[in-house]
Design a binder for this molecule. Structure first.
Ligand SMILES: [Zn+2]
Length: 247
């Protein structure tokens, strides 16, 4: 009974090990898809930022131009009024007012020119970003599609593996399966062989008493790495020869 259980258990392990590569590829694909999506998000974020920047600078240009226009109108109105004032005192005051408008216009002009410059720069930057966005977005989306297709394929493999796995668990003690499941979450090779008295994963030297238990088809945990240990007995070796012969 125990011997048979161990054989079944070893068969289940090698069956599960065949999926290690697939699971690794799934993990890599998932990580890579995450990175692609982040890149895509970053790309649209920088485009949005650029659009906002252009919009804000345009508003600033418009506001400054309006200010200039108002100053211009105030200056013109002042000049017109200059022609109709009677007293010299009033004339001098108005003249100072008109000159004040001129001075302000002059000051505003520098600001307007630099804002215009920034606005034009931002527009050019937006144009090149838009091109970059279109090109790169297309490329990233193509990569995503490709990776997603591969991921779907691999998930199907995992799915059919899971179906087959439950039938392969029949005849194996529940306790072993629980231990196995717990270790599977931690390492990719949860069950290892004892070779020449040591664990093949961590090389921990297995005490003599444990070797005897293993030879008696018991399942033990390695005290070095906590992996489950088994020792191939005659019936397992026979089984392997049988399987190789039938290949
Ligand atoms: Zn070990």
């Amino acid at each position: 009974m125990h011997k048979n259980s161990l054989n079944l258990f070893i068969k289940l392990i090698s069956f599960d090990q065949s999926l290690v590569k697939t699971k690794k590829e799934i993990k890599e694909l998932t990580d890579s898809l995450d990175a692609c999506n982040k890149e895509l998000h970053q790309l649209s974020l920088s485009l949005e930022t650029s659009i906002h920047n252009v919009r804000n600078l345009k508003k600033e240009v418009d506001a400054k131009e309006l200010e200039m226009k108002l100053l211009d109108e105030q200056e013109k109105a002042g000049k017109e009024r200059l022609a109709s004032v009677s007293s010299d005192k009033e004339y001098q005051a108005l003249k100072r007012e008109v000159e004040g408008y001129k001075k302000k216009q002059h000051e505003y002009e520098d600001g307007l020119v630099s804002t215009w410059g920034a606005y034009e720069c931002a527009q050019k930057e937006l144009e090149s970003l838009e091109k970059k966005y279109t090109d790169e977005k297309e490329e990233i989306e193509r990569v995503i599609l490709h990776k997603q297709e591969r991921l779907d394929e691999l998930n199907k493999v995992v799915e059919s593996h899971a179906k087959e796995q439950s039938s392969k668990q029949e005849g194996i003690p529940e306790e072993w399966l629980t231990l196995y499941k717990r270790m599977s979450g931690a390492v990719s090779n949860p069950v290892v062989e004892v070779l020449r008295g040591s664990c093949v994963a961590c090389f921990y030297k297995i005490p003599h008493q444990d070797i005897l238990s293993l030879q008696n088809d018991e399942l033990l945990s390695c005290k070095g790495c906590y992996r489950l240990l088994y020792s191939k007995n005659e019936s397992v070796q026979e089984l392997e020869i049988e399987e190789k012969g039938s290949d």
